[in-house]
Design a protein around this ligand. Structure first.
Ligand SMILES: NC(=O)c1ccc[n+]([C@@H]2O[C@H](COP(=O)([O-])OP(=O)(O)OC[C@H]3O[C@@H](n4cnc5c(N)ncnc54)[C@H](O)[C@@H]3O)[C@@H](O)[C@H]2O)c1
Length: 336
């Protein structure tokens, strides 16, 4: 089994990915800076759970600390790197743009340098559906142009895709960039919608519903997402001998072992339907403050997941009724 170095293991997705890989017999080395963007106690609890498995070890540090990152990765000698640590969040990028430059640009560059020095067999990194920005043609597919980012968060992730493409080309690093679509599930992020809805509803408070509810998202259950990543680890891109041979469905670069892959459920769910599912799962109604659209937000996201399916034979398929219920059950147990 390959040894995997994962950045962001105390985060929502990194925690679930580490758990998934450990359950399939991989050895996992984690790296996380425990940033205070949200509740650090939740991050520590996630790490503590992972550390119960002897095949997991972790170092606490910032991506910007190149010496520590390099030393940790060189000691680990991983076959594969999955880079998930980032300053996430669309809305926070209006408040604290500098943190996106530091974590996402400088931090990702440092991870790429380590991948180059180690000549890893596969580098996989997180991008986002936000790179589709102002695109309106749905569903979004990987071959659409993504030249209209609406926030600095999206711009840093798009920059990461370009940075990674250049390293894949120059240093022949097989590289997969994931574009995640609104991930949700147990141990989720407190700044994301479902967490906020459930917390407010249980406290008897109203929730803010933006664009007067006229929004849709491709909500992706975290269990499906980490299964997709596990399967993609086994699909390192190979440079095309002749670009004319790249199949029509494939997003492989014509000049590098580099590919972008959407990971989404393939459903465009109306925000008000998602809120209704949350009310059903909680068994109580939720009061709503209807608000205008937020700056930098997009009205809809919807993934074409054919590239993922053609590579792995799998597409996310958990219905929101099940996923939301799982989250609510976890929330009640965790916070009671
Ligand atoms: N959750 C989603 O819906 C979603 C959607 C699209 C893309 N993504 C991307 O997926 C990745 C994982 O997201 P998540 O939801 O697990 O977020 P998260 O905030 O829960 O996890 C990120 C982790 O990275 C760590 N981190 C942040 N900056 C760091 C730095 N400079 N040095 C070291 N560690 C640092 C944090 O402490 C955190 O534990 C991110 O790259 C994010 O942009 C997430």
């Amino acid at each position: 089994m390959p040894k995997v170095f994962i950045t962001g293991t105390a985060g929502f997705i990194g925690f679930h990915l580490a758990k998934e890989l450990l359950s399939f017999g991989y050895e996992v080395v984690g790296f996380d800076g425990m940033t205070d963007y949200y509740d650090v106690e939740l991050k520590r609890r996630r790490h503590a759970m992972l550390l119960q498995n002897p095949e997991f070890s972790a170092v606490e540090g910032r991506l910007e600390d190149f010496d520590l990152l390099r030393e940790t990765a060189l000691n680990a000698k991983p076959d594969v790197i999955v880079h998930l640590a980032a300053q996430a969040g669309v809305r926070y990028s209006l408040e604290n743009p500098r943190s996106y430059i530091e974590s996402n640009l400088v931090g990702t560059f440092n991870v790429m340098e380590v991948a180059r020095e180690l000549s890893v067999g596969h580098l996989l990194m997180a991008s986002t559906s936000s790179v589709y920005g102002g695109n309106t043609e749905m569903p979004f597919d990987e071959k659409q142009r993504t030249d209209t980012p609406l926030t600095l968060y999206a711009a840093t992730k798009k920059a990461n895709e370009h940075m990674a493409h250049s390293y894949a080309h120059l240093w022949k690093i097989p590289t997969t960039m994931f574009r995640f679509f609104t991930v949700y599930g147990p141990y989720g992020r407190p700044d994301l919608a479902l967490f906020k809805f459930v917390r407010a509803a249980l406290a008897g408070e109203a929730i803010d519903v933006y664009n007067h509810g006229d929004m849709s998202r491709d909500f992706t259950y975290v269990g499906d997402l980490v299964r997709s990543i596990r399967l993609l680890i086994e699909c390192p891109p190979e440079a095309a001998a002749d670009p004319a041979d790249i199949p029509e469905w494939d997003s492989l670069s014509p000049v590098a072992p580099f590919r972008t892959v959407n990971i989404g459920n393939g459903d465009c769910v109306k925000l008000l339907d998602f809120i209704s599912e949350t009310e059903k799962a909680l068994g109580i109604p939720i009061r709503k403050n209807m608000m205008d659209m937020q700056q930098g937000d997009v009205p809809a996201t919807w993934a074409n997941s054919d590239v993922l399916f053609n590579l792995t034979g799998f597409r996310p398929n958990t219905p929101i009724s099940k996923g939301v219920q799982d989250f609510v059950d976890w929330y009640r147990e965790y916070y009671d």
